[in-house]
Design a protein around this ligand. Structure first.
Ligand SMILES: *[C@@H]1O[C@H](CO)[C@@H](O)[C@H](O)[C@H]1NC(C)=O
Length: 241
């Protein structure tokens, strides 16, 4: 009898321990009011993850209960409800992959709306899609993802989650009187073709500068030879006279 009890304990104990160890069963919720979305600019939240409770998190949109995942491409700064955002530099795992190690990248990349100098990545020193790296662990729990998140170091850095248009305004009072949705407003942020758009702009600006430089150079050469010709005519005049 005693042997049976010990046997049961020996079987059940590792099982419960392994269940507790599995982040799919021992995560904490991270409810998002919409501010973390790639579509929501910093005015909708202007928050940060500097004091976030570290550990395994399942992230859901507060209004719908929809599970959210991190974007896997560079998000321009000023979105995800903060000045700089952390996006996932890598892919999401499958269930079979178990717990995987990934890197989160802090983006300070300028937005499409920013001025022309900022948009030229080559000129702006602070522009980067991966200014700082944060280690992130991820597990695919079939119906949802869990992320092991670290605190961000700056109070203007926040983890990006989801792509909802449902941005919740928490800091800036709404002035739009025709807004019947109250604080919730739809906003179309940058699209998935943002990087392409930005590349075209950078190429366009660089090309324009190159052509302008060529014109200046041509004008200088023209002036130089004209000067030399005048000088030559001046020098040769007295001998003619
Ligand atoms: C989770 O894993 C399954 C297969 O194991 C895959 O089909 C699904 O796309 C994964 N979820 C995400 C968000 O990548």
């Amino acid at each position: 009898m005693l042997g049976l009890i010990i046997a049961v304990i020996l079987i059940v104990l590792p099982l419960t321990v392994s269940l507790q160890d599995d982040p799919c069963n021992s995560y904490r919720m991270l409810s998002d009011d919409g501010g973390r979305s790639i579509k929501c600019d910093l005015y909708y939240s202007d928050s940060h993850d500097r004091f976030i409770d570290e550990g395994w998190r399942r992230v859901q949109l507060e209004s719908t209960g929809e599970d959210l995942t991190m974007p896997t491409m560079c998000v321009p700064s000023g979105f995800c409800g903060s000045h700089s955002n952390v996006w996932l530099d890598g892919s999401h795992p499958t269930v079979e992959d178990g717990i995987v190690d990934r890197m989160g990248c802090l983006s300070s990349h300028p937005t499409v709306e920013d001025d022309i100098v900022d948009r030229m990545g080559c000129l702006s020193m602070s522009s980067s899609c991966c200014k700082v790296k944060y280690p992130i662990q991820i597990k695919n729990c079939t119906d949802y993802m869990v992320y092991n998140l670290k605190r961000t170091s700056g109070s203007d850095q926040r983890y990006c989650f989801g792509d909802s248009n449902d941005c919740y305004l928490t800091t800036r009072p709404t002035t739009d009187s025709s807004n019947t949705q109250g604080n919730r407003r739809n906003r179309h942020g940058f699209g998935s073709d943002y990087q392409k758009d930005d590349m075209i702009t950078i190429l366009g600006v660089c090309l324009t500068i190159a052509i302008a430089a060529l014109f200046v150079l041509a004008f200088c050469i023209f002036c130089y030879f004209r000067q030399r010709k005048l000088q030559y005519e001046l020098d040769t005049k007295p001998t003619k006279a």
